[in-house]
Design a protein around this ligand. Sequence first.
Ligand code: ADP
Length: 655
Amino acid sequence: MFTKILIANRGEIAVRVIRTARKMGVRTVAVYSDADAKSLHVAMADEAVHIGPSPVGESYLVGDRIITAALETGAEAIHPGYGFLSENPDFVDKVMAAGLVFIGPSAASIRAMGLKDAAKLLMEKAGVPVVPGYHGDGQALVLLATKAREIGYPVLIKARAGGGGKGMRRVDSPDDFAEALSGAKREAKASFGDEHVLVEKYVDKPRHIEVQVFGDNFGNAVHLFERDCSAQRRHQKVIEEAPAPGMPAEMRAAMTDAAVKAAKAIKYSGAGTIEFIVDASEGLRPDRFWFMEMNTRLQVEHPVTEMVTGVDLVEWQLRVAAGEKLPVTQKEIKLDGHAFEARIYTEDPTRGFLPAIGTLHHLQFADVAAGAKLRVETGVRAGDAVSPFYDPMIAKLVVHGPDRETALTALADVLERTEIAGSVTNASFLAALARDVDFAAGDVDTGLIARKQEALTAVSPTSLETIAQAALAASGMGNATASSDPWNALAGYAHFHAGARRTVLRRGEEEIIARISVRPDGRFDVALDGAEPSGHSVAISSSKGENTRVARWPGHVTIFEGAASYTFAIQDPFAKAADAEAGVASMRAPMPGLVKVVKAASGETVRKGQPLLILEAMKMEHTVAAPHDGIIAEIATEGAQVTDGTVLVRFEEAV
Ligand code: ADP
């Protein structure tokens, strides 16, 4: 076994690999960019090496720098995680040329599966069913249109170099083919620098079912059953599970056989996934699945397989890379229970899932109910920032139960009780999906989310009680009554100030003025102005309802109600005066929005009134100008999604 490995990744997957390495007594080296200097994976590793500025092209994708870091720290092997350099055969060649071990398949295996068209040819030869379609060299419009007609509409145009659903177009009629083709090529060229496409039959009621395979350097290959990843949004996985619901034994045998055949055909070593597309229009049938592509790395959703098989796939990766044989035979791998994984992203489902950034001031994952098991895979801690440089996935919640229903209920439950404040997340959308009747029935295809998107992303309007609770929490008046000390219980009752305490909340452009007073029964009267409908008074007690939880974070208060959360900015009555006196040290976004244009750079000296950036919010553009002369220490990135209160510009301290 290795004594030290380097992990060429960041976030949750770097943390995940470090955990297993530590368990095995293998020392770890993390690499990090500027933005990640203080991140969890760096804190957890035994050593860490800085590899460059925040953009991935200058850090996590610079193979040479990573190899140098491994050599300098005396690491013997490199684990690539997923994404970044994990499926780059040239990187694998360089790693080996440097005398290091790549913890993954050979460069030849990656190349064989790298392009979808070549991979399909190879699989056809190996006797694995592939999606009917054209994957030849010809790229002329007339040829491809003719092939599309032969295949029969609807068809799917796919970039051969594709990934992440990019360069993919569904075409329903010959009239739309030419336009869809040029769109797919344009996107493929922009994303992958390769505009070569293939045309496939568009599978009806498609389900995405993939098989986890594992090979070693002695010609052994096994499967670890299937995962169902049909819950997708724009061809991106949202909730994954293992095993696939409703999978007949006969079909499972056919699919896993085909997957092992595929792995053996390329002498595959390490963890890999064979992705199949399944036509579920008449239920699951052994003659209705076809090879789509192979991912020659560990998948994001690998934990669901680990939960139902009890295997640590990262441990196997290390063992196989170190030259050991697969630790078990196929017969010894057993399915146990059911597992789900939900991917939590900082993105806003109510605004087309726009990615968001921010600081996760409040982050609390709930416990799982008795009878189920929970694994939280995350690369962040409370107080960490989500930067605009990387994928905004902050955690994966992985739940296991003895059966599908128990596991799914537990997942929905955990999602509803997880509290994240400081950035918007998709948690309530995930919870709604976990509670969806069709999803619960296992009746899921890749179009389910799109069909139900409106219902799944609906937010119930904020009640006056919620606003009143937020105002009470913001005022600090209700806090002490949770204590059993009778004197504290009277904290809200202040005979030395007459009348009500005034608190101002802001949400977007809406300003809510709350006047809070204590009633003789110890409850609070909250009179609200500015909230719809205005001029209302609500009586509440500070002990929240069972489902309501409150988080205070800098300048804000968030109320959690079931899966929903409501965030308000608290207007600080002293802020304005202080700003005027000291000169503003930083400028914050007054509302959630998109940084459309940045007109100044850090280090630049600016004059009062000079436009610094344009923030697009509420469908309008707002110019943010310098409040005084000064030097910019930090400024938001163009294209960044910001939340209410995010620092847009920070000035150097005046000397
Ligand atoms: P990418 O590499 O870009 O992720 P894939 O080939 O893995 O592309 O396909 C991504 C998703 O697109 C699949 O999970 C499935 O939902 C859908 N898809 C792919 N091929 C087909 C097809 N022939 N018919 C219907 N849907 C498909």
